[in-house]
Design a protein around this ligand. Sequence first.
Ligand code: NAD
Ligand code: WQD
Length: 336
Amino acid sequence: MKILVTGGAGYIGSHTCVQLIDKGWQPVILDSLVNSKVSVLDRIESITGHRPPFIKGDVRDADLLSKLLSEHSVEAVIHFAGLKAVGESVAQPLRYYDNNVHGSVVLMQAMQKCAVKTLVFSSSATVYGHAFAPPWNEQVPTAPANPYGRSKLMVDQIMGDMAAADAACSMTSLRYFNPVGAHASGLMGEDPQGTPNNLMPYLAQVAVGRLEALQIYGTDYDTPDGTGVRDYIHVTDLAQGHIAALAYAHGQPGHHVFNLGSGQGHSVMDMLKAFGKACGRELPYTLSPRRPGDVAAYWANPQHARNTLGWHAEKSIDDMCQDTWRWQSSNPNGYL
Ligand code: NAD
Ligand code: WQD
């Protein structure tokens, strides 16, 4: 099967391309490189022995998309391309709606024109309302708290409308919890531009000496150790979830929504300790006030994916930290 992978040069997309190739499927990558480097293709090739076709371009380019879908005889699309920084989305909402929502509409229009019926989309647990006690299943009411989250929910809703309008459409929204980790080879991993916003890449840069100390945002939450609790999922488990979702959804019309998480919550302190163990030294940290907009604790109920896709996350937080450390220590400045 030939699969268009938008945003395939990015963190989750590149790991998913490796597993698509392992399965014998053929990814075709479209990426504008707004948040990634083309050298990731060398890494995909080193790991798999195969270099997928790469097109530098934007999902909002309707002509390019139609050309790609038909010239490559694409049968399904995995749509990772999007902007993902919550704070940036608050400051630049139109940029986020244009890129994430308009980009997805242009993609679906091109798919409709070229009769490509299967779409798997990177949604997020951030679409859920924060007032609900975890674990969160797919029925938790949606109430995203920022433009980024709203852009994800809008696309989910448009996909639902498309599935209702066309009985042959298969639309799958995958709601990721907190993706972390790296490929076990150490050749691929997360490479944020500038100072990382997220816990795991921040820890990795402290460990490698690029940053001084982790600031723990909030130590007075109603959690076992007072620090925030999240559902961390290894990026290769997440990539495997896409393979399972695509295998299920291709030829299965409707709007399918799945949580992809481990089903377990871990605190900031748990992650700090696990990373210290992985890199062989205690990492420096400071205690800071809560970060505005953060919630105390949430994690997934991933039963629907387990029951329907036969998929579940297998890797532990020790695996996540060890693999991240292998990636960061062998690529201290990320991709070149
Ligand atoms: P990433 O930034 O590493 O990858 C996204 C890729 O999309 C990048 O390579 C970027 O260059 C490309 N891109 C962005 N806009 C584009 C456009 N208009 N046209 C073409 N390419 C474009 O991010 P990631 O962590 O791999 O996330 C992938 C997807 O998963 C995103 O849609 C993100 O919102 C979603 N998601 C991520 C997380 C997370 O914590 N990483 C959690 C939930 C959902
Ligand atoms: C995790 C925990 C922080 C950094 C974000 C997005 C969400 C989704 C995943 C895309 C929290 C604490 C963090 C630091 C810290 N992305 N922390 N010091 O906020 O759960 O989710 O990424 O869809 O939409 O909001 O992830 O990694 O930023 O934070 O103490 O320097 O680590 O307070 O408890 P978050 P995170």
